[in-house]
Structures are given as structure tokens and as C-alpha cells.
Design a protein around this ligand. Structure first.
Ligand SMILES: [Zn+2]
Length: 319
């Protein structure tokens, strides 16, 4: 009965019915995950079976590290095409009432984090790998730093519209699929991109391997558990185009598991944190996961208990 009501709900999710014309989610080939994509644990549970757009999206959560993730999820090829073929932009434009941010500009908070990097590296010549980078980030770095080599890895061709020169390279792919070669980097950036990773374990491990010994891996993220606690219906924070949802705990578990350490982190009032990660020199490869996941279990319970009526009510009366 409950299954039927959710089917009904999805079908009549009218605000977003146009999305289903833009993107045929049900028809896209998907992979079923039997392991947590971040800590590899097989101890995974159901989270919820709908996303904020009303698509038929199933999510799981990991009892070991607390990661919430889309499962099954669209496969690598389809995920790349979601960006390459412009579906992602069209979906975002259809659901967002806000004016779209310009790709050649960067938000103030990103500029703040970048300015910290600029202070650190003032006069050093740098090799930079920017995962999910945009023209705006490149322009900022190019103006304020001495860049020897800059590589942008982003499957979104439009987003990564950066002028390629002898020292600037754009790879239209994901970091997981990126063929890196022997180059090592002083600085690896992952801004606004962490929840787009298909395989965070591989992405972080690769980033660690691509760092020079004294290199920095800098990323931003929002603690999804805190975000979900702040709303009545936690599932409305989930959407299929973000395959993973880190909390502070699950992120720090991953960091430790791949041999990185937190050198510094800053959290702003809006909930965005910046992590400055360095290589852990004494990394033995042993995993030491000890994460309290009861809060995630509680979120899953809260999502399951949400009645169809309350979801519809919210959808109709709250924008
Ligand atoms: Zn996990």
C-alpha cells in the first residue's frame, strides 16, 4: 500500500512534472552498489525511495561510516552524459527560482578560501589540479598565483570552458576516470564537487597519489546530517545528481582511510566547511573506523515515517 502511495505521489509531483520530460530517469541504465562507495563496507541499509525532484531514486546509508548514497545509481557513462549533454543545467534551471550563477564568476566564500591559498603560496610556482573546476576559479588563481601547470578535470564541457594554452589543460571526464600520468601537484582543489563523486574512495586515493609530498588537497563541503536535521522531511535534501552525502564523520573517516590528514578546517556560518588536507606520512593502510551512526539511522527513520499527506502538504504550501 505504502509503495503504491509513493508511486502516486511521484506521478503527481506536479511542480516538477516538466523534469520528467527533460530527463527520463527511470530509463537510464543504473548500477547496484553492494559496498559503501566511501569505506567499502557491505553493511548498508535503505534510506529512502524518492528524491526532492520526485524521481524514483533509491538511497542507502552505511552502518560503518554513515555515508548516505544513491543506490542504484545511474552508471558512469550516463552520469558523464548528464553533464556533457546539458541535462544537468536544464534540470537545475527548471527547479531553481534563483538566477543561475555565472560560470565565469565565483561565490564570495570560494574567493575567501582561495585567498587563504594565495597567502600560503604567494611566490611559489605551482602545479594545480582542479577537480570540477570552472572558468571563474581558474581566472582567480591565474590572477593571484604563479601557475606552472593547471589541469581542470570536469565532465561538464560548458562549466570547464577554460582557454587551453600550453600550460592549461582541460579533461572532460570525472576524476575517477581521469588518466593522470606521472605529473604530481602542489595543489589539488575540489570545490562544489564532492557530492558529485561516483566513487569517493577512488577519487580521494587518486588525489592523494597525485599530491606532491608537501602538497595540499583543499575541498569544501556541507555537513548533510546537519542539513537534514534542520528539516522535517530529510529526504528533500536528496537528489539523484548528487550520488553521495557526506557528514563531518563520514568525510573524516574517508580522509583517514586513504592516508590523508586534516591540516586545518574552517567552518562558516552558512554551514560550508573548507578542509585543507595533507599527506599522512606514517600511513600504514590500516583502517580505523569508529563512527557514531545513530544519527543517520534516526534520519532514515524520520524519512520513512513521513506520510504521503505531509509530503504533499509541504510541496503545495511551501516553495
Ligand atoms: Zn561507509
Amino acid at each position: 500500500m505504502k509503495k503504491l502511495s509513493y508511486y502516486f505521489l511521484r506521478t503527481f509531483y506536479t511542480k516538477y512534472s516538466s523534469l520528467k520530460k527533460i530527463y527520463k530517469y527511470d530509463e537510464v541504465p543504473k548500477d547496484i552498489l553492494v559496498n559503501c562507495p566511501s569505506c567499502k563496507s557491505q553493511d548498508i541499509n535503505d534510506f529512502y525511495n524518492m528524491d526532492r525532484y520526485g524521481f524514483n531514486v533509491h538511497t542507502s546509508w552505511c552502518s560503518n561510516c554513515g555515508l548516505i548514497f544513491v543506490n542504484p545509481r545511474i552508471n558512469f557513462d550516463s552520469y558523464n552524459r548528464l553533464y556533457m549533454d546539458g541535462f544537468y543545467r536544464r534540470i537545475i534551471e527548471a527547479v531553481s527560482v534563483k538566477k543561475q550563477k555565472r560560470l565565469d564568476e565565483i561565490p564570495k566564500r570560494v574567493a575567501l578560501a582561495l585567498s587563504k591559498i594565495v597567502d600560503m603560496y604567494k611566490d611559489k610556482e605551482l602545479d594545480v589540479l582542479d577537480i570540477g573546476g570552472t572558468e571563474g576559479i581558474y581566472n582567480y588563481l591565474d590572477e593571484n598565483l604563479k601557475i606552472r601547470k593547471y589541469v581542470c578535470v570536469n565532465p561538464g564541457a560548458e562549466e570547464a570552458d577554460i582557454n587551453v594554452t600550453s600550460n592549461v589543460e582541460v579533461a572532460n571526464t570525472t576524476i575517477e576516470e581521469f588518466e593522470a600520468g606521472d605529473q604530481k601537484y602542489d595543489l589539488i582543489l575540489l570545490f562544489g564537487t564532492i557530492s558529485h563523486l561516483m566513487n569517493p574512495y577512488e577519487a580521494f586515493l587518486k588525489s592523494r597519489d597525485l599530491l606532491k609530498d608537501d602538497g595540499l588537497f583543499v575541498l569544501d563541503f556541507k555537513d548533510n546530517l546537519t542539513r537534514m536535521k534542520a528539516v522535517n522531511l530529510p529526504f528533500i535534501q536528496l537528489h539523484f545528481d548528487h550520488p553521495i552525502y557526506f557528514s563531518k564523520n563520514s568525510l573524516e573517516t574517508l580522509v583517514a582511510n586513504v592516508g590523508l590528514k586534516v591540516r586545518e578546517h574552517i567552518t562558516y556560518k552558512n554551514g560550508v566547511s573548507y578542509y585543507f588536507l595533507a599527506k599522512e606520512n606514517n600511513f600504514s593502510g590500516e583502517k580505523s573506523v569508529n563512527v557514531e551512526t545513530s544519527e543517520v539511522a534516526l534520519m532514515a527513520e524520520r524519512s520513512k515515517k513521513a506520510s504521503v499527506l505531509s509530503i504533499l502538504f509541504k510541496r503545495v504550501f511551501r516553495k
